[in-house]
Design a protein around this ligand. Structure first.
Ligand SMILES: *[C@@H]1O[C@H](CO)[C@@H](O)[C@H](O)[C@H]1NC(C)=O
Ligand SMILES: *[C@@H]1O[C@H](CO)[C@@H](O)[C@H](O)[C@H]1NC(C)=O
Ligand SMILES: *[C@@H]1O[C@H](CO)[C@@H](O)[C@H](O)[C@H]1NC(C)=O
Ligand SMILES: *[C@@H]1O[C@H](CO)[C@@H](O)[C@H](O)[C@H]1NC(C)=O
Length: 475
């Protein structure tokens, strides 16, 4: 694959200045442009100067650790936070695994603690619905495919911190008739006696949302402080909703999953991208989601596969520094009967790897740390591999861990994406063994996707990874 920005070709100062803006995109690599592309770049820059920049549907993603999140607690300690993140990751994994088991009808499906968004895992998006628009905070989910919000009148609603949406007060609200295109992808679809389409979403663990399917307008505040309105979108108006957790920060789910027609991923175009910069800093505001044609589809790609409505990628191997681990290729492959595979998720903080791959990574990191870091025996069952020290201080020079995907795309994990501070003087590996003999499922979480723009192109059926400073997308 040819790259415009190579890291070896020398270039004149003039060229350097010209492409500085572009090169910053390669962050944190220090790259230079190859002479060959100078004229191309001049063309791009001049056309950018004369053309009006198309307005992208780019909206801010609010992370649980952000001070904009309703559950933000400035008093939360590093230890509290890591416990919360670890627990929510384990619960999210259990949720995904049980969902797949249920769809496949294999094994025991645990049902306790299975809310899909426990403890504020998952990014929030602030959007407005209806005419006039009513602001809603919804959680994005690449694991489900319908947008739903709580709707008045409530047969049952849980507490919410945002304002209530009353469809009777919206001039753009239109109930969908039965048999609309894509109805067969809707969970619990039913045609009632008034020829209205109903849905009933039943998450494992007891959370449900039930109501009418309808068309509405959505208003997004874009990260450049503009507003973009999209009309005629299918969503679920939930009149009967139950939530098992006490989290009232979100009042609906923004489904970006893989089922066509109903998912926001295809209703707004056939692609979306998100950029995750930093999930530690409460003041960081550049995590963003871009929907539709404006999505940043850049970088190396790997084929996207859809199973059980989820997005899967083909992880072929893992390197630590330049050493490729001798992992059995089967460890991450999906079997003919749908076990295993590597799911890429927006709602899980940590990463879980099938034991066949995890064990070799674990051994290699332990080997590297030998004599340099003091290992801390772990008290809790899940903590895995912990050391004494501070991630930002004691891991300088640690070789990165690279996930290699089919087609040549890589995800490079530096220490901040690999380890999590668990207290003042202790940090742990943010990758856990999946410990699931039944499924051997692996899930790539949000920490591992930090410093990347990740694009899903549902037409080309590809995922693109591009290492970037998300702030540059806002400039
Ligand atoms: C944080 O701690 C301070 C001082 O103890 C207290 O006044 C404040 O209410 C706490 N804030 C929250 C959100 O708990
Ligand atoms: C969401 O957007 C509305 C409308 O712009 C605003 O009033 C509200 O404060 C926002 N909420 C959050 C949590 O950002
Ligand atoms: C709304 O979308 C449906 C397809 O889902 C289409 O048939 C209809 O014409 C659209 N209406 C408007 C006003 O765009
Ligand atoms: C899970 O992976 C392990 C090691 O790669 C293998 O021995 C086991 O058979 C796999 N289990 C299933 C159900 O595929």
């Amino acid at each position: 694959m040819s790259t415009i920005f190579s890291c070896s070709a020398s270039s004149s100062l003039e060229t350097f200045v010209l492409v500085r803006r572009f090169c910053r995109r390669c962050y944190p690599f220090n790259c230079k442009v190859s002479q060959h592309y100078v004229s191309l770049i001049i063309t791009i820059i001049s056309s950018m100067m004369t053309m009006k920049r198309p307005s992208r549907l780019a909206t801010r993603l609010i992370h649980r650790n952000s001070n904009l999140h309703p559950l933000y607690d400035p008093n939360e300690t590093v230890e509290d936070r890591s416990k919360r993140e670890e627990t929510s990751s384990i619960e999210r994994f259990a949720y995904l695994e049980s969902k797949i088991k249920e769809l496949k009808s294999v094994g025991n499906v645990a049902r306790s603690n299975l809310s899909p968004f426990n403890r504020g895992s998952g990014f929030l998006v602030n959007l407005s619905i209806g005419s006039p628009p009513v602001a809603q905070l919804v959680v994005i989910d690449t694991g489900s495919s319908l947008l739903w919000v709580q709707c008045l009148p409530c047969i049952n609603c849980f507490r919410q911190s945002s304002s209530w949406f009353d469809p009777l007060k919206s001039s753009s609200f239109k109930i969908l008739g039965c048999g609309f295109p894509g109805y067969n992808y809707v969970s619990g679809y039913k045609c009632n006696g008034y020829n209205q389409a109903e849905y009933k979403l039943r998450y494992l663990g007891g959370d449900t949302s039930q109501g009418l399917l309808a068309k509405e307008s959505l208003l997004f505040e874009t990260s450049d402080e503009g507003k973009i309105r999209k009309t005629n979108l299918t969503f679920g108006c939930g009149h009967m909703n139950f939530k098992t957790n006490m989290d009232d920060s979100y009042n609906g789910v923004f489904g970006l999953g893989a089922y066509p027609y109903i998912t926001m991923a295809t209703q707004l175009g056939n692609k979306f991208s998100y950029c995750i910069g930093d999930i530690n800093d409460p003041l960081y505001t550049h995590n963003q989601l871009v929907l539709g044609e404006g999505a940043y589809v850049e970088g190396d790609s790997t084929p996207l596969e859809i199973h059980f409505g989820h997005y899967y990628v083909n992880l072929e191997g893992i390197s630590v520094g330049t050493k490729r681990l001798n992992i059995d290729p089967k460890a991450f492959q999906m079997t003919w009967d749908g076990r295993g595979g590597v799911l890429i998720d927006s709602g899980m903080t940590y990463t879980k790897l099938a034991n066949g791959g995890f064990e070799l990574l674990y051994d290699e990191i332990l080997d590297l740390a030998n004599g340099l870091l003091e290992r801390i025996p772990t008290r809790r069952q899940f903590e895995g591999l912990c050391f004494k020290g501070v991630v930002s201080r004691d891991l300088i020079g640690l070789p990165p861990v690279t996930f290699h995907f089919a087609g040549g795309a890589d995800l490079v994990l530096e220490s901040g994406s690999l380890f999590r501070q668990h207290g003042g003087d202790r940090f742990c590996l943010a990758i856990l063994p999946s410990n699931s003999e039944m499924l051997n499922l692996s899930v790539i979480g949000i920490l591992a996707q930090q410093n990347y723009n990740v694009a899903f192109d549902l037409e080309q059926m590809k995922v693109f990874f591009s290492r970037i400073d998300c702030q540059l997308l806002d400039d």
